[in-house]
Design a binder for this molecule. Structure first.
Ligand code: ZN
Ligand code: ZN
Ligand code: FE
Length: 751
């Protein structure tokens, strides 16, 4: 048979995930000769063989790729056969051309779990990993991804590990973090300082957790705090020691079967839970877990074991549910080194268990949820970052600094956006430090030099100030335009589209706060077609912690001073002098910025129903409101859509009447959600009439709501719209950087 040759280019996330050894193995199996190499386009393969052999080789390439890889494109074209006699892994001739990608961290794989079960074996070990699993991003200092460039550098491989590492047919061939009991990192007790003779750390941790203690354990990208989720006293004590934290806490369980005893878990959620990314997945509570864990919400963040330590822990634990929460103090970045652990965690945890390998890049657990059968990321971090988001256009040289809350930034490399791990709230000084440090590391790691910088329009955002101080050409992107562009970019839409952006806060082009918007546009620009009727927010930012202030303002706006004062008294929101003062502020327009934000509307309704009048954590009010919805109730309130403005007076009329009639919160919350869905439907129909466009993107933080997403998608599809929601990057401000990148690219291309 005649020998043919193909030059195959594989794009996507294909570097640092064992792709070349995989290609080598399938080449052997199919009798293919040639070579494979990494370069800055991905992986390139020269393959020689009979047409049949080549066919099946290319098929295997697509079908059997390593779990953590993500092949976005396989391009094969005929080339000249060179009569090669073997298949080899080539080092790229040009070193700057070598590896340009960094794999996210990968949950320990099934094969390694099996290896770990061999008792008294060198792989019965807490850092077992292979080419298909283990730490990546969190241990990488520099590229190319080689052991000496990682925090594994101080550990000298034993002979057995080295031979596995060097054997191309071994599962641990070039697995940079490869290690065993004899040569790798080990756990030790950091606190308390007394001498404890601990042989088996997971066993020790399990005993302490079962005994009601709080244990801090160093994870992949930062420390976690663990305690028995069935022990109310322990959970409350943990909340107290974490400065009375009110946020719902995640739990870790052994497996899906155990979790089903406590939660409703559908197929999509199960898939996410078991995925190699192992995010925390928000699942619906059934029964049996202590109420302080989720703090009265209807969902709980659930995560399955993803490090060897977690798997060992569940071998010894008596309890089947462990609180698993990031070890940080009041919204500061999660603790990742030993000094900070001693400083910040010794007062929270009874024991701090750590290990002697450094975490170089911090990475919080990612958080995901399933809405309308579609997985959505709420926080894109461990397991996802810094995996690229493939784009349909070039973004080379652009840096996007993101928003202020839930910050992530993004850098543009060719047609890929590389988004940072979750950074957090930049108003926190340590978080801003983390932002700057990470940005510096991304620039070195990805050999990135920004030529153009994109940021939010809001001059007060620290991410904006950082951008302005850079001295680079600047593109300021309106917040909700960025949300819209983010959703478009991940779906490869070029526009124009209708963008319905329901969000908390973002500065509009008219100087007021936006966030209940129907936009029409593309990357280059947009028009504001319609929006929610703005309400003055007495005290500005103060309203985010005090949803009752927004409720007060709505009543003042629609029903006047007297009703507002009466409401403040009857709901017990504040003392009479405070209410009088608010009325004065509103009347004279003192520190009362106007906001059309949907998040504020949710706040107001949560306060009126008494579900949440003061908020202990970000987005508590809308979460409690969603949790209250009677799912089968189909009623709704009226609203008035006129001259591109959605007046909510009829809605508040109905809602206040319902309250007077003592209707249940379940019914009121359902009617409210259904009203918002109808408003979204009306906005889209109006936009379609104006433009003839039938593509709708939904984005903004308010869409982290399963009821809102599910019902909005249904209604819009019924009306003949093509609907797009975000699933690769968060629809909240954690996805803003991607949109900024896309807008900056489009605007810089314009003549
Ligand atoms: Zn493995
Ligand atoms: Zn070893
Ligand atoms: Fe936003």
């Amino acid at each position: 048979m005649e020998r043919k040759a193909l030059l195959i280019k594989v794009r996507g996330l294909v570097q640092g995930v064992g792709f070349r050894p995989f290609v080598y193995r399938i080449a052997h199996r199919h009798g293919i000769k040639g070579w494979v190499e990494n370069n800055n386009e991905g992986v390139t393969i020269h393959a020689e063989g009979t047409p049949q052999m080549l066919d099946s080789f290319v098929q295997s390439l697509g079908n059997e790729a390593p779990t953590a890889s993500s092949v976005s494109e396989i391009e094969a074209r005929a080339t000249d056969a060179e009569g090669l006699e073997e298949f080899s892994i080539r080092r790229s001739a040009n070193l700057s051309d070598e590896i340009t990608q960094v794999s996210p961290d990968i949950a320990v794989c099934e094969d390694c779990l099996r290896d770990m079960q061999e008792q008294a074996h060198r792989r019965d070990y807490l850092f077992t990993n292979c080419t298909h699993c283990g730490p990546r991003f969190t241990i990488i200092r520099s590229l190319p991804y080689d052991r000496h460039q990682t925090t594994m550098a101080p550990f000298v491989m034993c002979e057995q590990c080295r031979s596995e590492y060097a054997n191309i047919l071994d599962r641990r061939f070039h697995a940079q973090p490869v290690a065993c009991l004899h040569c790798g990192p080990h756990y030790f007790l950091l606190h308390p300082k007394q001498e404890w003779d601990i042989q088996n750390f997971p066993h020790f941790a399990a005993e302490q957790i079962d005994g009601g203690k709080i244990v801090a354990v160093k994870g992949l990208g930062g420390y976690h705090l663990l305690c028995d989720a069935h022990n109310t006293a322990a959970v409350l004590e943990l909340r107290r020691r974490k400065q009375r934290e009110a946020k719902p806490m995640a739990v870790m369980m052994r497996d899906v079967d155990t979790a089903r005893k406590y939660f409703v878990i559908n197929d999509e959620e199960e898939k996410l839970l078991l995925s190699w990314q192992r995010p925390i997945v928000l699942v619906q509570n059934m029964t049996g877990l202590e109420e302080p864990v989720s703090n009265g919400l209807h969902t709980t963040g659930l995560v399955l074991p993803y490090m060897p330590f977690h798997h060992y822990l569940f071998k010894f634990l008596k309890t089947d549910a462990v609180v698993f929460t990031s070890a940080n103090v009041s919204d500061e970045p999660v603790v990742m080194d030993e000094a900070a652990a001693l400083d910040q965690l010794a007062g929270i945890a009874d024991f701090i268990i750590t290990y002697n390998r450094e975490i170089h890049n911090r990475a919080d657990d990612s958080v995901a949820m399933v809405a309308h059968k579609i997985p959505m990321l709420i926080r894109r971090s461990r397991g996802y970052a810094p995996g690229p988001v493939e784009l349909s256009f070039d973004v080379e040289g652009i840096l996007a600094t993101g928003a202020e809350l839930n910050n992530t930034f993004a850098i543009g490399k060719g047609r890929q956006a590389i988004m940072s791990q979750h950074i957090g709230d930049l108003k926190n000084a340590p978080t801003l430090g983390f932002f700057e440090q990470s940005l510096g590391r991304f620039q070195r790691l990805f050999r990135f030099r920004p030529q153009l910088i994109a940021c939010d329009l809001h001059p007060d955002y620290l991410s904006t100030q950082f951008a302005r101080e850079s001295g680079l050409p600047l593109v300021e992107v309106q917040h909700h335009h960025a949300h819209m562009a983010s959703c478009m970019a991940e779906h490869g839409l070029s526009g124009p589209v209708i963008g319905i952006i329901f969000d908390g806060t973002g500065l509009g082009t008219d100087g007021t706060i936006w966030g209940g918007e129907c936009l029409l546009g593309d990357y280059a620009g947009f028009q504001r077609l319609s929006h929610l009727d703005p309400v003055p927010l007495p005290g500005g930012d103060a309203v985010t912690h005090q949803p009752w202030r927004t409720a007060f303002a709505y009543i003042w706006k629609y029903f006047g001073e007297e009703r507002a004062l009466a409401a403040a008294e009857s709901f017990g929101w504040c003392e009479a002098p405070t209410a009088q003062n608010l009325v004065r502020m509103l009347g004279r327009n003192l520190n009362c910025p106007l906001s059309s934000g949907a998040g504020r509307l949710f706040d107001a309704v949560a306060a009126l129903t008494g579900l949440c009048s003061t908020s202990g954590f970000h987005a508590e009010a809308p979460m409690r409101l969603e949790a209250a919805v009677s799912p089968d109730h189909a009623g709704h309130y009226d609203f008035c859509f006129q001259n591109s403005l959605v007046s909510l007076k009829p809605m508040f009329d109905g809602l206040l009447a319902d309250l007077e009639d003592s209707l249940s919160n379940g019914v009121i919350a359902a009617r409210f959600h259904n009203t918002v869905v109808r408003i979204i439907g009306a906005m889209a129909l109006n936009a379609a009439q104006v433009s003839g466009i039938k593509k709708v993107v939904l984005s903004g933080g308010s869409f982290q709501n399963r009821i809102l997403v599910g019902r909005s998608v249904d209604v819009l599809q019924r009306d003949g719209f093509e609907v797009y929601i975000q699933h690769k990057v968060p629809c909240n401000d954690g996805g803003i950087a991607l949109g900024q990148l896309a807008v900056a690219a489009a605007q810089s291309r314009r003549p």
